[in-house]
Design a binder for this molecule. Structure first.
Ligand SMILES: NC(=O)c1ccc[n+]([C@@H]2O[C@H](COP(=O)([O-])OP(=O)(O)OC[C@H]3O[C@@H](n4cnc5c(N)ncnc54)[C@H](OP(=O)(O)O)[C@@H]3O)[C@@H](O)[C@H]2O)c1
Length: 300
């Protein structure tokens, strides 16, 4: 780690969320780990007032990094990290800032195989951003402000906040698995259903058939979380109704991915839950049917 209180930060996956987080950290002169060799990565962020901000991220030169923030989609994590394998000894901490679960453990195993001393952290964000059609440089719209929590992957690992200079906009969380699971639970209800019915979140409550499906699915996921002793702050049926109401006009990331013909992250949401259920000898028939229905060539 560098000795100053100014952390050196690199970004791998400068899409919607990565560009937004890099912009929050622009005073720290963040670096890019681009897919193709290039000296700078130009980005434009349209802020909440509609004002455009152009900024350039110089490419990482392989010197010490305090944080490498990975903001690819969950399924691209290892493909994105692998080309940088030889430079990883210069990285103190990798942070996976992504939705979904399962990729963290995969990454931990991969780091272990590399005999890497790099610490693995996880972060979860309620910020919202999307990529827009670009003019002369790739453009990201800041759609909704939120918070970003950061913690070591395994809660038993101690954190010494005083000696860890955090990236801007991040707050330390003692047990990051808890907010990750809260997000997993809600995503396991809203995302596949909006993908199945190809509708915005609020429509899941308006159509009686969709609403019934939402309540049954939320009940199934809630019961599985209880079985796994993964406590949720509120019953998932209530929470799913509240989230669908509060975000009625929003299109879930799964719906956006399906409409754009991109792979979804459902393997890291429903697929992860089904794998945990299988290991626990537990059955999730509604989730399994939905996941199967949504398994197309574009779904990993
Ligand atoms: N967007 C949000 O509001 C938001 C909010 C909370 C959480 N999240 C989560 O954050 C993660 C990222 O989401 P996003 O919306 O930012 O996705 P995104 O816009 O698709 O960005 C992903 C970025 O990763 C890049 N990438 C993929 N493979 C790569 C590789 N091998 N090497 C280097 N870069 C690579 C992509 O590059 P290309 O453009 O070249 O494909 C893209 O720029 C997801 O897990 C998502 O669920 C997003």
């Amino acid at each position: 780690m560098s000795n100053t209180s100014t952390p050196r930060i690199g970004f791998l996956g400068l899409g919607a969320l990565g560009t937004l987080i890099a912009w929050h950290n622009r005073a720290l002169q963040p670096l890019a780990l681009p897919r193709q060799p290039q000296s700078i990565t130009p980005r434009r962020l349209i802020d909440r007032d509609g004002i455009a901000h152009d900024f350039d991220l110089p490419s990482w030169d392989g010197t010490d990094l305090d944080w490498l923030i990975v903001t690819t989609k969950a399924g691209d994590t290892l493909t994105a990290l692998t080309p940088w394998q030889a430079q990883l000894p210069a990285v103190k901490r990798i942070v996976l800032l992504q939705n979904g679960m399962g990729q963290h453990e995969q990454c931990a195993s991969w780091l272990q195989q590399q005999k890497s001393a790099c610490e693995l952290w996880a972060a979860i964000s309620t910020e919202g951003a999307y990529r827009s059609s670009s003019g002369d440089r790739p453009e990201v719209v800041y759609a909704g402000s939120g918070s970003t929590l950061l913690g070591k992957l395994h809660p038993q690992d101690t954190i010494e906040p005083a000696v860890v200079p955090l990236p801007a906009g991040f707050s330390l969380c003692d047990d990051i698995q808890q907010p990750m699971r809260e997000k997993l639970a809600i995503n396991a209800v809203i995302n596949p259903l909006t993908g199945l019915y190809l509708c915005p979140n609020g429509e899941l409550l308006q159509q009686p058939e969709y609403r019934q499906h939402l309540l049954q699915l939320a009940g199934e996921v809630d019961a599985f979380f209880a079985h796994q002793q993964w406590p949720l702050a509120a019953p998932l049926t209530e929470r799913a109704v509240a989230v669908a109401t509060a975000t009625a006009a929003n299109r879930s990331s799964t719906l956006q991915d399906i409409l754009a013909g991109r792979p979804t992250e459902l393997a890291w949401i429903c697929g992860y839950l089904l794998q945990c259920a299988d290991e626990a000898g537990y059955s999730l028939p509604i989730t399994a049917k939905l996941y199967q229905q949504l398994q197309t060539d574009s779904v990993r």
